[in-house]
Design a protein around this ligand. Structure first.
Ligand SMILES: NC(=O)c1ccc[n+]([C@@H]2O[C@H](COP(=O)([O-])OP(=O)(O)OC[C@H]3O[C@@H](n4cnc5c(N)ncnc54)[C@H](OP(=O)(O)O)[C@@H]3O)[C@@H](O)[C@H]2O)c1
Length: 260
């Protein structure tokens, strides 16, 4: 069994890769940090291949797919992604467009290409990493929340198509709340609630993926939050999310928010 894991150099992706290796999976790991990929390859052994790529660049996404072609990949883990804090009119345009290219476009391309391959052999698993943010609008992280809404809704729709086809291919969408990784540094925020750890999120996601479940929402509080979000009027929910995001603002975040 072989899995492609994007964003395998850190955080949730790194934990997923390690846990798959422990279960005996061969791996293709990708990220931009070549040194870390080599380190992962060294620790995980000869069943691990690596490919350095910037998935915010469309041609690099196709290059990763070409690298995987003919290698009989059984699982795609679309994990690479980042967030950006700030008012929509303040956040850096290029950074934000890169985020959309990574969080949305790269995931879209890989999901479509691998889904086609998996459907041909009527076997395979896709694990898309969205976020609890996918269930709501996110003032002060508007674009990030919107990208995760895309990932969540795309995955739900594909799940239903596969169900109607009685396909053996499965899709699972991981929707965590705060997880202790590099995410916050990159996004320019600090935690307002206690985060779960990446290993727990990874184990939970793999359990749901291997049992063919659509949703993987680790942590009871977050699970209840996503259910409650469905019953709160949109404007009130947005006001609550604004306050939560405001509380997460770090000094780093302030700087980034002011950068044009
Ligand atoms: N941490 C949280 O609180 C949280 C909550 C909900 C959802 N998530 C989601 O979980 C996923 C993983 O994030 P994380 O929390 O584990 O954060 P992380 O520790 O910062 O990891 C992000 C990963 O994405 C990769 N990446 C970033 N930009 C890339 C690019 N342009 N091309 C290729 N790879 C790129 C990074 O690798 P390189 O730097 O080597 O490129 C890294 O391996 C993301 O999709 C995030 O939105 C996180």
């Amino acid at each position: 069994m072989k899995a492609l894991v994007t964003g395998a150099t850190s955080g949730i992706g790194q934990s997923i890769a390690r846990k798959l290796a422990k279960r005996g999976w061969d791996l293709i790991l990708t990220g931009r940090n070549e040194e870390m990929l080599k380190e992962m390859q060294k620790t995980l052994g000869k069943g691990t291949e690596i490919i350095t790529a910037d998935l915010a660049k469309r041609e690099e996404v196709f290059r990763v797919y070409e690298f995987c072609k003919g290698k009989d990949v059984d699982m795609l883990v679309n994990n690479a992604g980042y967030g950006l804090f700030g008012k929509f009119d303040d956040t850096d345009m290029t950074d934000e467009l890169n985020m959309i290219d990574l969080n949305v476009t790269a995931l879209h391309i890989l999901t479509k290409l691998f889904l086609r391959d998996f459907k041909k052999k009527d076997y395979g698993t896709i694990l898309n990493v969205a976020s609890a943010a996918g269930f709501m609008a996110g003032p002060l992280m508007a674009t990030y929340y919107a990208t995760k809404n895309y990932v969540l809704k795309l995955s739900i729709a594909i799940y239903e198509e596969l169900r109607r086809d009685k396909s053996n291919v499965t899709i699972t969408v991981l929707c965590p709340g705060p997880v202790a990784t590099n995410f916050n540094n990159r996004a320019g925020v600090s935690f307002s609630v206690k985060p779960i750890n990446a290993d727990y999120a990874a184990e939970y996601a793999l359990h749901k993926a291997f049992t063919g479940k659509l949703f993987a929402i680790p942590g009871l509080t977050v699970r209840l939050g996503t259910v409650a979000a469905r019953f709160v009027p949109t404007k009130i929910l947005s006001a609550i999310v604004y306050n939560i995001q405001q509380a997460k603002k770090s000094s780093d975040g302030k700087e980034r928010a002011l950068k044009k």
